[in-house]
Design a protein around this ligand. Structure first.
Ligand SMILES: [Zn+2]
Length: 189
């Protein structure tokens, strides 16, 4: 159960005609290869892959930013299924709630850091942090509770949830203890 056997089931040939979609396939393959031990049958991960590939193949997907929805959804769930997606509603440094009902505090992350930080802890941590926007955290929440086909379909571009993908890629890289090769290509303008 890996991306190779998945490709045998359904040809991804049409996707390869779209450059960004082709790079996204390389990204799925790289992340899967890094996260799954060789030869391990992982049904939930396999279903995640088939779901996002299906979403990218849907007739109106490419024109409506389906690649970005698929890549974001895949990254979030790959981290979740592998057991290292941190709680996004709390500062992991001091325990402050970052989301309390409708109230949301600003949240930040550092390469090599665990999860999110509040503004206070970010100041103490010094330079080099990124912000994870409220919109992206709301989207992450939505993605954890809905199938990818039900995620808001309009207006997705490379900028949509780019901060969330950066955060997730850093979490994956930290977990596998190496830099991934495909994200810079995928996110290039
Ligand atoms: Zn804090």
């Amino acid at each position: 159960m890996n991306l190779d056997s998945c490709e045998l089931l359904v040809s991804q040939f049409r996707l390869l005609s779209d450059y960004r979609a082709a790079v996204a396939l390389d990204y799925f393959a790289e992340v899967t290869d890094q996260l799954l031990p060789p030869g391990e049958a992982n049904d939930r991960f396999f279903r995640l892959l088939t779901t996002v590939l299906e979403h990218m193949r849907a007739p109106d997907s490419i024109g409506s930013g389906g690649v970005w929805r698929a890549v974001t959804y895949f990254s979030l769930w790959a981290a979740r299924l592998s057991g290292f997606l941190p709680d996004l509603s709390v500062c992991l440094s001091c325990g402050t709630l970052l989301a309390d009902g409708e109230t949301r505090e600003r949240a930040f992350f550092l390469r090599g850091g665990d999860g999110l930080m509040c503004a206070e802890c970010r100041r103490a941590a010094g330079a080099g942090s990124y912000e994870l926007s409220v919109e992206s955290r709301v989207m992450a929440e939505e993605m954890l509770h809905k199938p990818v086909a039900q995620i808001g379909q309009t207006g997705w571009t490379r900028e949509t949830c780019a901060d969330l993908r950066r955060f997730l890629v850093q979490q994956i890289e930290q977990h596998v203890e190496r830099k991934l090769m495909t994200p810079p290509v995928l996110e290039a303008e």
